[in-house]
Design a protein around this ligand. Structure first.
Ligand code: DGL
Length: 215
C-alpha cells in the first residue's frame, strides 16, 4: 500500500516518519514543494492552490491510496477544494483547538501557526465551535517555518514567541504548523511544566488508519 505525505517543506517529514513508524509495511512517499514556493506561511490560498495541484497529481499518478496533507496551512484553507478534484482520501490536519480547550484549566491556550492558517475560516470555525470559552493567544510565528526549514531557529526566537503566552497564563501550547514539530522538545523545555505542548501526529495516524480501514 502506498501513502502520500505532502508538505511545503520539512515539517511533513516528521509526519511521514510517524506514518512510517505506525505502518511499517506501507510505502510512504513524502513530497514537499521543491519549486521555491516555500514558505507558504503568508501566501494566499489561491496562490498555494496552484502550487499544490501538480504535487497531488504526481502522488495520485504514483498510485497513492491516500494522501496526508501534513501542512496546516493547506489543510485549513484548501482541503475542500482539493477533495473536489482528487478522488482518493485526503487526511487533513489542523490546529488542535478542541483537545486544547478540553485540556486547559486556566482557560488560556496558545496557538502557534502560520498567518495564513490563523486567518482561515476553518480556524475561526474551530475556535467558535470548540473554544469552550477559552482565550486563544496567537504568538507571532510568521518566520518560524522559514527559520526551521533553513536550520536557523534559535532559543531566543522561540522564547520571544512562547514566554509572553506563558506569562499570560497559557497552560496548553498547540503546534499548528508541522515545521514546529521539530522544535517540540525545545518548546517543552521552555514551558518547563507550565504548559502542555500538543501536536497532531498520533491523531493523524489514527485517522489515516480509520480511512484505510486498518483499525
Ligand atoms: N508546515 C506548514 C504547516 O503546517 C507550513 C510551513 C510554511 O510553508 O510556512 O502549516
Amino acid at each position: 500500500m502506498r501513502i502520500g505525505v505532502f508538505d511545503s517543506g520539512i515539517g511533513g517529514r516528521s509526519v511521514a516518519n510517524a506514518v512510517e513508524a505506525a505502518l511499517p509495511d506501507a510505502d510512504v512517499l513524502f513530497r514537499h514543494d521543491t519549486a521555491e514556493h516555500f514558505p507558504y506561511a503568508t501566501k494566499s490560498p489561491d496562490e498555494i492552490y496552484e502550487f499544490v495541484l501538480p504535487i497531488f497529481d504526481e502522488l495520485v499518478a504514483a498510485g497513492c491510496e491516500a494522501i496526508v496533507i501534513a501542512c496546516n496551512t493547506v489543510s485549513t484553507t484548501l482541503v475542500g477544494r482539493l477533495r473536489e478534484v482528487f478522488g482518493i482520501p485526503l487526511v487533513a490536519l489542523e490546529p488542535m483547538v478542541k483537545p486544547a480547550a478540553e485540556l486547559s484549566t486556566s482557560g488560556v491556550v496558545a496557538i502557534c501557526a502560520t498567518p495564513t492558517t490563523l486567518a482561515s475560516a476553518r480556524y475561526a470555525w474551530l475556535k467558535e465551535t470548540y473554544g469552550n470559552g477559552c482565550a486563544f493567544l496567537e504568538p507571532d510565528c510568521s518566520d518560524w517555518s522559514y527559520l526551521i526549514e533553513h536550520n536557523r531557529m534559535n532559543e531566543e526566537r522561540i522564547r520571544e514567541g512562547i514566554e509572553p503566552a506563558l506569562a499570560a497564563g497559557a497552560d496548553v501550547i498547540v503546534l499548528g504548523c508541522t515545521h514546529y514539530h521539530w522544535i517540540e522538545e525545545e518548546i517543552d523545555q521552555i514551558a518547563a511544566g507550565r504548559a502542555r505542548v500538543l501536536q497532531p501526529e498520533s491523531a493523524v495516524v489514527a485517522q489515516l488508519k480509520r480511512v484505510l480501514q486498518l483499525s
